[in-house]
Design a protein around this ligand. Structure first.
Ligand SMILES: [Mg+2]
Length: 124
């Protein structure tokens, strides 16, 4: 099997891999929207643990440490796997949802107001 990489792997292929993994184990019975959203948040917490109590600049170094990098990759993969499985069980189209949300974000954060500015849209 060819190794998966971002440049050559579609979202559909990722969704299929995640669905097959869950089906083979008969885990879909546990994959309610509630459980998957909570699992996703738990994995986001595991990702955050790698950066807890570090300054922002130091977190840039942490993500490049060879010893930490695989663990961090595992956690971001867990987050995305749960997001993909959430899309699978709910029938949401991720690409369409991302496109729609980016359009909403673009309306809330016009480039001329938001460039170089980290304020929330309500404060721009
Ligand atoms: Mg994890």
């Amino acid at each position: 099997m060819t190794p998966m990489q971002d440049a050559t792997t579609t979202v559909a292929a990722l969704r299929e891999r995640v669905m097959t993994f869950a089906r083979e184990r008969e885990w879909e019975q546990f994959h309610s929207p509630k459980n998957l959203s909570m699992a996703l948040a738990a994995e986001a917490g595991e990702l955050m643990e790698h950066f807890l109590w570090t300054e922002s600049a130091a977190s840039q170094a942490v993500v490049r440490e060879p010893a930490k990098r695989e663990e961090i990759a595992d956690e971001i993969a867990d987050v995305v796997i749960y997001a993909l499985e959430f899309a699978n069980i709910s029938g949401l189209d991720l690409a369409a949802a991302i496109e729609a949300k980016l359009a909403k974000n673009a309306a809330k954060y016009p480039v001329e107001k938001a460039r170089g500015n980290a304020k929330k849209y309500t404060e721009l």
